[in-house]
Design a protein around this ligand. Structure first.
Ligand code: IPD
Ligand code: CA
Ligand code: CA
Ligand code: CA
Length: 277
């Protein structure tokens, strides 16, 4: 097996170069006319730029790294059934609604795994210009600045990102559980891009994040960054995340994660619902 000869630094540098190039097109595109369609529901948007950016990355990966497989949102990737080999998780635009409406707070997210183990992560917040990136084992960075190992944190002094969906009536989690968590934080935020929210947790400017439904391309890169700085990530009920499936996600500084998990577990024991699928 040749896999231990993989040059992760090379791959990392390629990804950084590619997100910067694709980011230039996205910056031009937000100023012009976007072709917006909805997919599964009126709030599930896709634009010409989501598709174009995904195709851009897929061409790059297929040309430079032919044996690698790609899991991506808009359907141009591979049908991946196992975590064998080298897998790229690509979200060409994370936060499409922000891209269309806010014209900011969207990201390109690229996470690369070998045999299910995170190796390289790049999250590019296009309009702010910040790149969160790492090669596993070599530290995580925002631009050129190395990120600190996360402290344990505590819920009562934490800022946790929670989408309003989960605080309102929904079929995946009893909003009472989520409100219970929110009430014990210092404050909550919602930025509309899971990739950016995960990068913020890695950076330590958010202490936690909860979502009931994320796809592998949403969390693939963020998870590698969080691991690198010593954060904790599971499904909301504490089960391990499944790399190739849609998951709920509970992520944060170790102590904050543990406290949030306790509220979820107490809720479940008290008969409140949590629905993974
Ligand atoms: C979405 C964003 C959003 C999260 C959704 C994702 P998309 O990704 O990350 O913050 O709440 O679950 O689907 O569709 O904009 O790439
Ligand atoms: Ca989408
Ligand atoms: Ca996404
Ligand atoms: Ca997307």
């Amino acid at each position: 097996i040749m896999t231990d000869t993989v040059n992760w630094k090379n791959i990392h540098d390629h990804v950084v170069e590619w997100v910067l190039e694709a980011g230039e097109s996205l910056k031009r595109a937000v100023k012009g006319h976007l072709n917006v369609e909805s997919k599964s529901s009126p709030d599930d948007l896709v634009t010409n730029m989501d598709k174009q950016t995904e195709q851009f990355f897929i061409n790059k990966v297929r040309t430079s790294y032919p044996g690698h497989q790609i899991v991506s949102e808009e359907g141009f990737g591979d049908e991946v059934k196992s975590t064998k080999g080298i897998l790229w998780f690509i979200d060409p635009i994370d936060g499409t609604m922000n891209f269309v409406h806010q014209k900011r707070h969207f990201a390109i997210s690229v996470g690369i795994y070998e045999e299910g183990v995170g190796k390289v992560a790049v999250i590019y917040d296009v309009i702010s210009g910040d790149i969160y990136h790492c090669i596993a084992g070599h530290g995580a960075y925002i631009n050129d600045e190395k990120l600190d190992e996360l402290d344990s944190g505590e819920l009562k002094t934490s800022v946790v990102a929670i989408n309003g969906t989960w605080l309102s009536k929904n079929r995946r989690i009893d909003p009472e559980i989520v409100r219970g968590i929110a009430e014990h934080t210092r404050g909550t935020r919602s930025y509309g891009s899971a990739a950016i929210e995960l990068a913020y947790v890695a950076y330590g400017i958010l202490d936690g994040y909860l979502s009931m439904r994320l796809a592998p391309w949403d969390f693939g890169a963020g998870l590698i960054l969080i691991d690198e700085v010593g954060g904790k990530a599971t499904q909301v009920d504490g089960q391990p995340l499944q790399l190739l499936e849609q998951n709920s996600i509970l992520i944060g500084k170790k102590g904050v994660h543990a406290e949030m998990l306790r509220y979820v577990q107490e809720g479940i024991q008290g008969g409140k619902y949590v629905q993974q699928k």
